[in-house]
Ligand binder design. Sequence first.
Ligand SMILES: Nc1nc2c(c(=O)[nH]1)N[C@H]1C(S)=C(S)[C@@H](COP(=O)(O)OP(=O)(O)OC[C@H]3O[C@@H](n4cnc5c(=O)[nH]c(N)nc54)[C@H](O)[C@@H]3O)O[C@H]1N2
Ligand SMILES: Nc1nc2c(c(=O)[nH]1)N[C@H]1C(S)=C(S)[C@@H](COP(=O)(O)OP(=O)(O)OC[C@H]3O[C@@H](n4cnc5c(=O)[nH]c(N)nc54)[C@H](O)[C@@H]3O)O[C@H]1N2
Ligand code: SF4
Ligand SMILES: [Mo]
Length: 685
Amino acid sequence: MVLAPVDAMNSLIQVRGACPHDCPDTCALVTTVQDGIAVKLQGNPAHPHTAGVLCTKVSRYIERNDHPERIVRPLKRSGPKGSGRFEPVSWESALDDIAAQLERHRRKNPETIVPYSYCGTMGLVQGESMDRRFFHKLGASLLDRTICSSAGGEALGYTLGGKVGMRVEFFAEAKLILIWGSNSIASNLHFWRHAQAAKRAGARLVCIDPRRTETADKCDEHLALLPGTDAALALALMHELIVNDWLDPDYIARHTLGWDALRARALQWPPARAAAVCGVPEAQIAALARAYGTTKPAAIRLNYGMQRVHGGGNAARAIACLPALVGAWRDRAGGLLLSSSGQFPVDRAALQRPDLLAGRRPRTLNMSAIGDALLDTANPVDALVVYNSNPVAVAPDSGKVVAGFAREDLFTVVLEQFQTDTADYADYVLPATTQLEHWDIHTSYGHTDVMLNRPALAPRGEARSNTWVFRELARRMGFVEPCFSDDDETLCRLAFAREASIDFDQLMAQGFVRLDLPDAPYAEGRFPTPSGRCEFFSARLAAQGQDGLPDHVPNHEPAGSSTEFPLAMISPPARNFLNSTFVNVRSLRAIEGEPLLEINEADAAARGIEDGATVRVFNPRGEYRCRAEISRRARPGVVHGLGVWWRKLGLDGTNVNQLTSQRLTDIGRGPTFYDCLVQVEAAAS
Ligand SMILES: Nc1nc2c(c(=O)[nH]1)N[C@H]1C(S)=C(S)[C@@H](COP(=O)(O)OP(=O)(O)OC[C@H]3O[C@@H](n4cnc5c(=O)[nH]c(N)nc54)[C@H](O)[C@@H]3O)O[C@H]1N2
Ligand SMILES: Nc1nc2c(c(=O)[nH]1)N[C@H]1C(S)=C(S)[C@@H](COP(=O)(O)OP(=O)(O)OC[C@H]3O[C@@H](n4cnc5c(=O)[nH]c(N)nc54)[C@H](O)[C@@H]3O)O[C@H]1N2
Ligand code: SF4
Ligand SMILES: [Mo]
């Protein structure tokens, strides 16, 4: 939003926007622009969730925006695939050739064309509008966008009815907060503010995480369970709630489904059994159950870190049952929050126009198994259009992903701001605008405000927005529907056009609008499930041949199951990167240093590994070299490969995904990044 000029003489203006990154906080931004140049970027102090504070990463957004290595012209490959050799071309010739190539593949079989996108921007316009229309009209393969949250998200859907839960601000009033599979200080900073407020008011904070994170350091208690054992822990908590009579029988009777069956299952999980599975002391489980059973209000900040394993869906379901058992939902400061995104009434059909499929039902490819998909010769992918994502770095089992991208016969177009690992494999790289240069409208998965982003700057060089590119391609391919002419502001307006409560003028004026929601949505049940109850037993899951009750589903690669590969590796985010974004921002890379593996002292000593030594981390899928850091953050048996580094900025041109697998989760077809056994040895540096 362009405010009244702060200083008209120097043409200093402030523009309101929203942080585009895949982060629950969706901060409100204010960019100060002088003579067309961004001179300052701050959190909007008027937005209650942002409270004027940005994380370190996005406070460097101008450095990223003005980076000397921004791609500012369309580029065409001039060397072999993956060589990173390109020559500048005009937009006209790039778009004409891309349209011609796509047309050629469309004539043969449109499903050989595949879009690949994720959340480089969370914006509804630059992320899921004109692009979807274009691929729907084309009849291209559909993409199952599973790479982050589908296991926990779908699990929540089966249990609570959707991505719904507590309002984040009410965590400040809780007396007990379980921070479960979340490194809040690194990846959900604005929630952490509320947790700290609660702590100051006497609340107890418990962190449930294999890694002793900076968040765990600041909690009252840390339960360092083995990766992928959360359902066992949750079932043992239920066991204790039952045997100690800490339940809310009235809430259970009126607002839940399947209690008798869940009760029987939970009774099979005394704390001693869970302690053996989770690798934590039995007494710690019993004490946590006592705290959860006897403290009101109790709130759970569940996050996605715990669902990147085989049983991630079941674990999320087991945890999501807990608040109903103790009637925590009765209080606005009780319950659970995994994601708030399901609460936004977005008109996705208007934005994405699935009607343009015109009855066709193209195949769906799972983005979490893109390596296998690109190497599948029976059902080939011949053309790939990548935007808002860096799959060569972020997708699991990168050996296969790279082999797929390296196919000389694969036609690849990458819309990017930077020459990422993925862009290196493109036939065409198209320069993309940043959030400071385009329109967008955002929901959030960590709060419940709609956010508007207005462009503050003219696009750098010849950069163009994703929507512009898909409009131009649509025109060249002869798509004449009027929806292919919608401009970005029109698309922003369409997102909530049918919701009278979301006033676009107010969005234009202040940059955010709060959804009108009840304080304690499930105090009287009324969950958005088919039964209207919290579904401990899910008939929908049972109908798919799945277990209708949550259970502990062991990892594909359980800790301790292999003598050859005895260490469980998790690879959670680096605090100063956002997935693979920002890795190329010098000031942030300076803070992160270099790719490293946190390893416990005992595991290091057993392998003769010294602090700071170069190590080779390997398993049957591949090997990866990085620096070892002997760290009290790592428990014995678990190592941490932090951050998704750009491969080309790593020690040996690989990153941690060289080791992760394409196996999927039990629910939601998600990736299992944190379900990964490895061995580590000292290596020549
Ligand atoms: N600074 C920063 N912030 C980010 C991101 C980033 O890259 N950097 N990424 C963003 C994105 S895309 C997402 S999806 C979110 C992710 O944020 P979160 O949902 O918080 O998920 P992760 O960061 O993957 O993992 C959180 C914690 O879970 C722990 N964990 C790993 N395995 C298990 C397990 O089996 N059980 C339990 N209980 N804990 C486990 C990890 O050690 C980690 O500390 O963060 C977003 N915010
Ligand atoms: N080992 C391991 N791997 C992981 C994870 C992990 O924890 N461990 N986390 C996983 C998770 S949770 C996620 S969400 C995925 C994330 O994977 P991705 O969604 O691929 O996220 P990024 O790595 O941030 O890459 C986004 C890219 O989009 C580009 N971009 C940003 N805005 C725009 C735009 O407006 N237009 C265009 N054309 N491009 C834009 C950025 O420059 C950036 O290169 O990674 C997953 N991979
Ligand atoms: S990355 Fe998250 S915390 Fe940082 S500015 Fe964006 S929304 Fe806020
Ligand atoms: Mo994510």
